[in-house]
Ligand binder design. Structure first.
Ligand SMILES: Nc1ncnc2c1ncn2[C@@H]1O[C@H](COP(=O)(O)OP(=O)(O)OP(=O)(O)O)[C@@H](O)[C@H]1O
Ligand SMILES: [Mg+2]
Length: 286
């Protein structure tokens, strides 16, 4: 079974690419075949965060414009052969950008997903902060929309707006709309919209400066899938193409947090903060 996952937020810089790269690698290291696709046509960076810069000849725009085959655009990670990657173009002009909008037909996106289904268990799409036409092209196929927010009230509100926008686009394209049974209860459609809080600040949560976990769960309309701590070593690791599983120092291991989210995405009933913090701190953070 193939699961299509989009990683999104209408806000920039909240960690969409970081979450995509690390979840994709974590699942691949657990033995799943995974492909991660960079959809940020104007400012790609998944290649850098994955440490696969300069490795690809073709990109997602080439595939969707039928300038190359899917196989020609897919490259493999040298650290884990279960992880594959399709890059975004290296910098496009406004004219090209306009061309993409017309050449990225639904038909070509359908063909792409059809071509990847069967080869991969997980297909991740790392979307830009302005997803423009991507929602209309991808939501029909999407199993999980992972909405990423930072640990601030403003960012969490923006995640709710993102979820609403996804719902509106689903209605517009007549796919994945929310259904109700005879009793008026919501039947969950194929598409599951889930929240990931990234850059979670434990001390602020336990000190009451920022929302605790229960607070987020009870006040947010989007279901919480996972929490990724603020990791002071993340930015420097990314400078050298390292992912969370390669970060060996630090107070709260983001590696464990990504493992928890990956397991939950894969359907396992892992507690949100499993393996993170001691019991006393955990209680305070909740
Ligand atoms: N959990 C984390 N702890 C510490 N720093 C983080 C964490 N997650 C992301 N960052 C840092 O935040 C910055 C933005 O991350 P990222 O590029 O993943 O965001 P984005 O949402 O994809 O941005 P854009 O909207 O530009 O595509 C990066 O410098 C990254 O190192
Ligand atoms: Mg990004």
């Amino acid at each position: 079974m193939t699961r299509v996952v989009i990683v999104t937020s209408l806000k920039g810089g909240v960690g969409k690419t970081t979450v995509t790269a690390n979840l994709a690698m974590t699942l691949a290291r657990k033995g799943h075949s995974v492909v991660a696709i960079d959809c940020d046509l104007e400012s790609r960076c998944l290649d850098m965060i994955l440490g696969l810069e300069n490795d690809s000849l073709y990109n997602i725009a080439d595939v969707l414009s039928e300038r190359c085959t899917i196989d020609e655009a897919v490259i493999r990670d040298s650290r884990c052969d279960k992880l594959s990657f399709i890059s975004a173009p290296a910098g496009i002009t406004d004219k090209e950008s306009e061309e993409f909008a017309t050449t990225f037909s639904r038909e070509n996106v359908d063909k792409l997903i059809e071509g990847l289904t069967g080869k991969f268990e997980y297909i991740f799409f790392d979307l830009p902060a302005h997803p423009d036409g991507w929602y209309e092209l991808l939501l029909k196929h999407t199993d999980y929309a992972l909405v990423v927010a930072m640990h601030t009230a403003v960012s969490i509100r923006s995640a709710e707006k993102t979820a609403m926008t996804i719902g509106e686009v689903c209605e517009k394209i007549g796919e994945n709309s929310i259904l109700f049974d005879e009793d008026g209860d919501v039947i969950e459609p194929k598409l599951k919209i889930r929240l990931i809080i990234n850059g979670f600040r434990w001390r602020d949560a336990s000190g009451g400066v920022r929302s605790g976990v229960y607070d987020i769960i009870s006040k947010t309309s989007v279901k919480l899938l996972g929490i990724i701590p603020y990791d002071e070593n993340m930015a420097s690791a990314q400078e050298s193409g390292k992912l969370a599983f390669q970060i060996t120092k630090g107070e709260v291991p983001s590696k464990t947090a990504f493992a928890n989210v990956a397991l939950r995405l894969d359907g396992a009933g892992v507690p949100l903060l499993s393996g993170l913090l001691d019991k006393k701190t955990r209680r305070k953070v909740l």
